[in-house]
Design a protein around this ligand. Structure first.
Ligand code: FAD
Length: 425
């Protein structure tokens, strides 16, 4: 039997574990370094503890990166259906909720337990509580010299960096992977929060705190529509949150970084057809105009929203609707469909679910190998690729992890024949 290829994987998160399992199964001898005392900590908090591990509704629209064609090629080689097979082969039953994939148990810990068992079954050497602090490529020996925080040295023929990002970690944590990549000659694009709450300096924000409602939300950058979303909008005492806000938060973050003006226009009646809404507004006025404005709006939206809308229209809650007059009432009702919220900043990276930015995607090949240093691979969130909410970031972690592991071990990627109707419960 030939000598086994020695591969180091730094970071035992979603992508690092997928890479280590795959490389070892391809015949390499893998050491997986993790600075925490346990592997896969972040997986436990995904999907509100249920782990949304992928999504059958898959398109490049769900991703942000500098080269979508390259990203698509990567996902074509390891798709969401390959993810299903990858986990089913480990024994995971998968639940399909309108395309969103979860473990059948609806416990993120199930996914982590199976990954841990698979690391053992594949005989990956897992070294927890070891933080790698420096990495250099060794030209003569063709490989990589690593040093940990205790000053121990290691040598490996191939290196996979799977160190994740600072998203959701304590301030100052989660940047060591970028330092290793930079030591090896890579460029790091600015790190910004993605999937994060937006802050507003509007005076009415506090008055709306606690409101949750269905809304249509449009992101306006310098007055131009940049993104449109719909779903449950949540008001907090500092700004807005909820999935529709998360989905475009990374575009807002980039615009704010560039000094552009950012606003979110809200439609509190997203289900109402424009014509029918106009008709209803007129009928309502005729039937309810004797009421005070506060009572007049009761029966439409959340009370806190009604009060703010009245104030924003320059009216008083106790004033009779009739006194305000039809034109002002019409303006008030239409205002509920185009309510603008000025955004001052995003919440910080520590509050974000993912990090936008990272190792320049242009410096990485479709095989996930560095274009600068041979034998060096990158996976997961440390690369400047990020996805929307809905399982797309873990999908990137599994796809990039699997392919980096496979390619580092020197296994050719075979045509993986996966049935698109594979048994997903
Ligand atoms: C609250 C929350 C909920 C989320 N929910 C979802 C969801 O439902 N679906 C979805 O698709 N995505 C979700 N995400 C995003 C998803 O979890 C991440 O994109 C994904 O886990 C990234 O995987 P990774 O392998 O790149 O990095 P990580 O999982 O962060 O792993 C990196 C690992 O490397 C270790 N490490 C770093 N540097 C070193 C070093 N120098 N030496 C040794 N070890 C090191 C770290 O300790 C860490 O364990 C969520 C994120 C958060 C925060």
């Amino acid at each position: 039997m030939g000598k086994k290829m020695k591969i180091a994987v730094i970071g035992a998160g979603a992508s690092g574990m997928a890479a280590a399992i795959t490389a070892e199964k391809c015949g390499a001898e893998v050491t997986l370094f993790e600075k925490n005392e346990r592997v896969g900590k972040k997986i436990l908090s995904t999907g509100n503890g249920k782990c949304n591990l992928g999504n059958l509704e898959f398109s490049m629209e769900q991703y942000y990166c500098s080269d979508k064609e390259k990203l698509q090629n990567i996902f074509q080689t390891f798709s969401v259906w390959d993810t299903v097979s990858f986990f089913e082969n480990m024994g995971l039953m998968i639940k399909n909720k309108n395309g969103y994939l979860y473990p059948y148990s609806e416990q993120a810990s199930t996914v982590l337990d199976l990954l841990r068992t698979e690391l053992m079954r594949a005989h990956v050497s897992v070294r927890t509580e070891v933080e790698i602090v420096s990495a250099g490529s060794h030209k003569e020996k063709e490989g990589f010299e690593l040093t940990d925080s205790e000053g121990n040295h290691y040598f490996f023929e191939k290196l996979i960096l799977a160190c994740g990002s600072p998203a959701s970690l304590k301030k100052g944590e989660g940047r060591s992977g970028y330092e290793l990549a930079a030591q090896l000659g890579h460029h790091i694009s600015p790190l910004l929060p993605g999937l994060v709450q937006l802050k507003s300096d509007e005076r009415f924000i506090r008055a709306l705190s606690g409101v949750r409602c269905q809304a249509g939300v449009t992101l306006l950058i310098d007055g131009q529509t940049a993104a449109v979303e719909r779903g449950e909008l949540q008001f907090t005492d500092y700004g807005i949150s909820g999935i529709p806000v998360f989905q475009f938060s990374r575009i807002a973050a980039r615009a704010l970084e560039n000094g552009q003006e950012v606003k979110v226009m809200t439609d509190f009646f997203p289900d109402q057809d424009e014509k029918a809404f106009g008709y209803m507004t007129r009928l309502r006025y005729e039937a309810q105009k004797d009421k005070s404005l506060e009572d007049y709006l009761t029966g439409t939206l959340n009370k806190k929203i009604c009060r703010v809308m009245i104030k924003q229209a320059g009216l008083q809650t106790e004033m009779a609707a009739e006194e305000a007059g039809w034109l002002k009432i019409k303006e008030l009702m239409l205002g509920c469909r185009s309510f603008e919220i000025h955004i001052s900043e995003t919440n910080s990276l520590e509050n974000a679910q993912v990090c936008a930015g990272g190792v320049d995607f242009g410096e990485i090949s479709t095989e996930l190998e560095s274009r600068i240093v041979k034998g060096l691979y990158f996976t997961g969130e440390m690369v400047d690729v990020d996805g929307k909410c809905g399982g797309y970031n873990l999908q990137w972690a599994w796809s990039s992890g699997y392919l980096a592991g496979r390619n580092a071990a020197g296994c050719p990627v075979e045509e993986i024949s996966v049935q698109e109707d594979a048994p997903v419960c």
